[in-house]
Write a protein of this length. Structure first.
Length: 425
């Protein structure tokens, strides 16, 4: 019998299936189009939904955090369509909105938020960074006038604001440069009235009800986040520990890489390790990513088998790197990213559009026959107990069966140890 075939499998759910099923529930996001007077798409409002019903329920702060997290996972970096995101006071003042790209994010200040000095200062700072603001359901209250001085859009609710109230809003905002967005337009007559009153953007059931999008909630390691938050609040921070913790969690790796991609807007460059990404974005941005990610982690159902597969695959590729004359940290990341399509239920090609890794790493993930690609082929064969495939890849790499068996066994033990440490600490 092949030494590889004689490996003892770990106890518990088998991680051998190439695409194990997700047991996690879905998360939902409503998306309603915003159109101009010619009915051309201007953008979307992103609406939190906690199920398949088309209405909001839940805590506003938690909802905004989950919408931001959903954005980081699903909105391609190539997208330039405006996305309107409802923002609570705490989300604005804590800086969580800076995880969104300013060129396409429009921050909606909810109608129940008052313009206190701290919030105004925070919004002005965000404005300097390129973020645009919309005032949701704005009413002509003198106390809310300070918001008008930096607003790009004033949203007027055509279901609750009558003609006299709307006229006061137009007068109050006159000359300040904001565009008027008529929301909750439900009839052709309302649309014509809104156009005649000077509104240039429109939203409502007359055009489209919110389209409900869904994706799987990614299994996440809650204990990793707790340890990360503790490390990120130490002064000075220990980059090596932070790198180790992030490297143990595939969804978090993805978020950090997405964030580093945004940080490099306008600059040519790529990152090939988590350490490089951390140096690119800085402690504060990583801390915000972890905070947002925890919003989903609080209710996610973790899959030990899937988590074990992700970690053991990454470790196997890392340990194989020296035999392939490759960089261990890069191959670890290749192994970690190789299961993101399973975790997110999104095509791998779409995921690769959003992370700034080297062309060689992308090619390896696309199975181009390079050493990195062959390392993935080998570990996939091992997971599936495909000994014929193992033998073919082994010969192409020029590796001994015993060495492969030892590396795979070591990677399985390491993954089990990592999961055990996370749960116990």
């Amino acid at each position: 019998m092949s030494p590889v075939a004689s490996l003892t499998r770990p106890e518990g759910p088998s991680p051998t299936a190439p695409h194990p099923p997700l047991s996690a529930p879905s998360r939902f996001l409503g998306r309603q189009p915003i159109l101009d007077a010619h009915r051309h798409l201007f953008g979307y409002e992103l609406l939190y939904r906690d199920g398949k019903t088309d209405r909001f329920s839940g805590d506003p702060d938690q909802a905004t955090r989950e919408v931001i997290d959903h954005w980081l996972l699903l909105i391609p970096d190539s997208s330039r369509i405006a996305s309107f995101v409802n923002c609570t006071r705490s989300v604005l003042t804590e800086g969580l909105v800076t995880l969104l790209r300013p060129e396409c994010a429009v921050l909606e200040i909810l109608e129940d938020i008052d313009p206190d000095p701290e919030l105004i200062e925070c919004c002005l700072a965000l404005k300097k960074q390129g973020y645009r603001f919309a005032l949701d359901g704005f009413l002509p209250q003198p106390s809310r006038a300070p918001f008008l001085h930096f607003a790009d859009f004033v949203k007027i609710d055509f279901q609750t604001a009558d003609y006299d109230l709307r006229r006061e809003v137009y007068a109050m905002a006159a000359g300040l440069g904001a565009s008027f967005l008529a929301e909750k337009i439900e009839t052709d007559i309302q649309l014509r009235i809104a156009i005649s009153e000077g509104c240039t953007l429109f939203q409502g059931y007359f055009f489209s009800q919110p389209v409900l999008l869904s994706s799987r909630i990614v299994p996440q390691n809650y204990f990793v986040y707790l340890k990360l938050i503790a490390e990120l609040h130490r002064d000075p921070t220990n980059l090596r520990k932070i790198e180790k913790l992030i490297s143990a969690d595939a969804p978090l790796c993805y978020r950090v890489l997405r964030l580093s991609n945004s940080a490099m807007q306008g600059h040519a460059g790529i990152v090939s390790t988590i350490r490089e990404a951390l140096l690119m974005v800085g402690d504060d941005a990583v801390r915000r990513v972890v905070t947002v990610a925890m919003a989903g982690a609080l209710t996610a159902h973790r899959s030990p088998a899937l988590l074990s597969m992700v970690l053991s695959r990454a470790r196997f590729c890392e340990l194989l790197a020296s035999a392939l004359s490759a960089e261990p940290a890069q191959l670890y990341l290749v192994g970690m990213l190789s299961l993101l399509d399973v975790l997110f239920e999104i095509p791998l090609s779409r995921i690769l559009e959003t992370v700034p890794i080297t062309p060689a790493m992308k090619s390896a993930l696309a199975r181009d026959g390079s050493p990195g690609s062959l390392a993935l082929d080998l570990v996939r064969s091992l997971e599936a107990c495909d000994w014929v495939g193992c033998e073919k890849t082994q010969h192409r790499l020029g590796l001994a069966e015993g060495a492969i068996a030892a590396i795979y066994a070591q990677s399985l033990r390491w993954a089990s140890s990592m999961i055990g440490q996370a749960i116990q600490t």
